[in-house]
Write a protein of this length. Structure first.
Length: 151
């Protein structure tokens, strides 16, 4: 029962992150990086929900791959978990940058510097969501359930 509570809490935190990334008045992305023209275009092109969804999918997908696909006794140390978190923290902003650049280029806009600065916060969000996902789903792993912290 306790493990199900962790999963539900992780899902709730993730849903709150998604909602806070899509709102107009209090947008978590705009709280961390704001450039008037850049953020106005991001909002008018409805890019925030897609960026948040990509970040969530990569973070939860990385945790699922670590705990259920890899799930090896030889790969159950904290530094292996940290390596996967590093991969997630690099992969999510790269995918988001590609999406961001593609949408802006198709609309005849160039915000290269702003996009790179914006994606720096995606590194932080991806790492935090990976931690949330890890503590939400690690309990059902047969070999890696004690990573990164023992129970």
């Amino acid at each position: 029962m306790k493990h199900l509570v962790y999963l539900i809490c992780g899902i709730v935190v993730t849903v709150i992150f998604f909602i806070l990334s899509c709102t107009d008045g209090f947008n978590i992305y705009e709280m961390m990086f704001f450039n008037q023209g850049y953020n106005d275009k991001m909002y008018s092109l409805d890019m925030y929900p897609v960026i948040a969804a990509i970040t969530i999918a990569v973070a939860w997908g990385g945790a699922a791959i670590y705990y259920y696909a890899i799930n090896s006794v030889k790969f159950d140390r904290w530094y292996h978990w940290l390596a996967v978190m590093g991969a997630v923290a690099v992969l999510a902003p790269v995918i988001c940058y590609i999406y961001n650049d593609t949408v802006f280029a198709s609309n005849g806009l160039m915000y290269v510097g702003e996009s790179i600065k914006f994606e720096m916060q995606t590194v932080l969000f991806a790492a935090l969501l990976y931690i949330v996902a890890s503590f939400s789903m690690r309990w059902w792993s047969s070999n890696c359930r004690h990573t990164p912290l023992p129970q």
